[in-house]
Design a protein around this ligand. Structure first.
Ligand code: ADP
Ligand code: PHD
Length: 392
C-alpha cells in the first residue's frame, strides 16, 4: 500500500514523540508499505516564531523565518528514521526533487506539482521521503506557505497527486470526536465522517483537519485521522468518507415559506423549540430555517403547507408572545455547496449581483460555513440556477 503519513505539531512535540513517530513509520515500511511522511513544525514552533517577529518584515522574510519550524522537523524525523536503519530523505523547498510549487498568484501549480509528486512517489520503493508540510516554492524559487494548518493540505494534496491509497493524519486525539476532547467531557470518536460534515466543522473551529486540505479529498483516496499514541499507522482512528464536490443544485419540488411573527421573541427562551417541536410531532420535515428580529421562518415542502400553517397557528393562539403566521409559496431553493466559497471576500455579492441584474427577487439567503442557499419565486428557479451555475 502507498501511504502518506502526516505528523502534526502535537505529534512531534518532543524527542519522545519524534521517536514514536519514527517507530510507527519504520513498522509500516517493514510491513512492506511505501510511506511518504509530511511533517509539521514541532509543537507550537510556528506560533512561537511568529510571536517573536516584532519588527517589520515582508512576506518573503516571514515565510523564510516560519519555514524553519518544518525544516527542523524533517531533519529530526529523517535522522530518527536513519537511526532505525530506514533509508529516508528530507525534502524542503529548494531541494532538487521538491514537489509543491505555486504560481505567480501564490496558487498551487497543479500540473507541475502533480508531475513532481509522481517523481517523488517513483522513489518510494527505495526511500522514505520526509516532506516539509505547509511550505511551497514560488516560481522564482522563493519559499511560500499554504496558510495556517497547511501541513494537512500538503498531506492530502500529496496523497492525491502521488496516487496514494491512503493519507493518515497523525495528531493528539483519537480521531474526529463528538466534540473537542480538550473542552467537552466524554467526547467519543465518531468512527466515520463525511468530507462535507468535517469541512463545515473545521471551517467553524475544529482544527483536527484543516478545511483547505479536504478540497483535495476525492472518492479514491482514503483519509484517516489517528492518535500518535496508537502506534499503528495503518488502522484505527476516524475515516473521512466520500469526495469533495462542487455543487449547484435546484431542489426539485417547491417549498412553502411559513413565517411566525411575535413581540420580542428573540428574548423569549424556547420559542423556536415550541414551534419546531409542533411541526416535528406532526411529522413535518423542515428543509431550512431563517430568523429575523422578531420572526421565525420555516421552509417546508409545499404539499405540507396547509397542515403546517394550522399547526403553527395553534401555537400562535396558545402563546401571548406570538402574533401571527403567514405563508408564501411556491418558493424554489438553489443551493451552492463546496467550491471555494469560504474565505472569499465578496463571494456573496458575486452570487447575488447577477440575480439583481436579472431583476430576480431574493426571498431569503441562508449561509453556512460551506454553503449558500438562495430562496426565490418558483417561476425564477431555472434562471437562478443558470446564473448561479455560470459562476462556478
Ligand atoms: N471535533 C473534534 N475532534 C477532534 N479534535 C478536535 C475537535 N475539535 C477541535 N479539536 C482539536 O483539534 C486538535 C488537533 O488539531 P491541531 O492542534 O491542529 O493538531 P496537529 O498539531 O496535530 O495538527 C485537538 O487537540 C483538539 O483539541
Ligand atoms: N506549522 C504550521 C502548519 C501546520 O499544519 O501545523 P499543524 O499540523 O501543527 O496544525 C502551522 O502551525 O500553521
Amino acid at each position: 500500500m502507498r501511504v502518506v503519513a502526516k505528523f502534526g505539531g502535537t505529534s512531534l512535540g518532543s524527542g519522545d514523540r519524534i521517536n514514536r513517530a519514527a517507530d510507527s513509520v519504520a513498522a509500516a515500511v517493514e510491513g512492506g508499505h511505501e510511506i511518504a511522511v509530511v511533517a509539521s513544525a514541532m509543537g507550537s514552533t510556528t506560533d512561537d516564531l511568529l510571536d517573536e517577529i516584532t519588527f517589520e518584515t515582508d512576506e518573503e522574510d516571514r515565510a523564510q523565518i516560519v519555514s524553519m519550524g518544518e525544516r527542523t522537523s524533517v531533519r529530526m524525523l529523517k535522522a530518527a528514521l536513519s537511526a532505525r536503519g530506514i533509508d529516508a530523505t528530507f525534502l524542503e523547498p529548494g531541494s532538487d526533487d521538491w514537489p509543491v510549487v505555486t504560481d505567480e498568484y501564490g496558487e498551487v501549480n497543479v500540473e507541475e506539482t502533480k508531475k513532481r509528486a509522481l517523481e517523488v512517489a517513483d522513489e518510494m520503493d527505495a526511500t522514505v521521503p520526509v516532506i516539509t508540510g505547509f511550505l511551497a516554492e514560488g516560481p522564482d524559487g522563493s519559499i511560500t506557505t499554504l496558510g495556517r494548518g497547511g501541513s494537512d493540505t500538503t498531506a492530502v494534496m500529496m496523497g492525491k497527486y502521488m496516487d496514494a491509497d491512503e493519507v493518515v493524519i497523525v495528531t493528539d486525539v483519537e480521531g474526529v470526536m463528538t466534540g473537542d476532547p480538550h473542552v467537552v467531557e466524554g467526547a467519543r470518536n465518531v468512527g466515520e465522517i463525511s468530507v462535507d460534515e468535517l469541512r463545515n466543522l473545521s471551517f467553524r473551529g475544529a482544527e483536527v483537519v484543516a478545511p483547505s486540505a479536504l478540497s483535495y479529498k476525492d472518492g479514491e483516496l482514503d483519509v484517516r485521522v489517528v492518535h500518535y499514541q496508537h502506534g499503528d499507522l495503518l488502522s484505527g482512528g476516524t475515516s473521512i468518507e466520500g469526495e469533495f464536490k462542487n455543487l449547484v443544485d435546484l431542489r426539485e419540488r417547491p417549498l412553502a415559506c411559513l413565517t411566525v411573527a411575535g413581540r420580542a421573541i428573540r428574548n423569549e427562551p424556547g420559542i423556536f423549540n415550541h414551534l419546531s417541536e409542533a411541526l416535528a410531532e406532526s411529522d413535518i420535515n423542515v428543509d431550512a430555517v431563517a430568523s429575523g428580529m422578531d420572526t421565525v421562518t420555516f421552509y417546508i415542502d409545499e404539499e405540507e403547507a396547509e397542515r403546517a400553517e394550522n399547526i403553527l397557528h395553534r401555537e400562535v393562539i396558545a402563546r401571548d408572545e406570538l402574533s401571527s403566521v403567514t405563508v408564501d409559496s411556491p418558493v424554489a431553493v438553489v443551493r451552492v455547496t463546496g467550491g471555494e466559497l469560504p474565505n472569499q471576500p465578496g463571494i456573496i455579492s458575486e452570487i447575488v449581483n447577477p440575480l439583481t441584474e436579472a431583476r430576480i427577487h431574493l426571498n431569503d439567503i441562508i449561509t453556512s460555513a460551506t454553503s449558500v442557499a438562495l430562496f426565490v419565486d418558483w417561476d425564477d428557479r431555472e434562471e437562478t440556477l443558470e446564473l448561479t451555475q455560470d459562476l462556478f
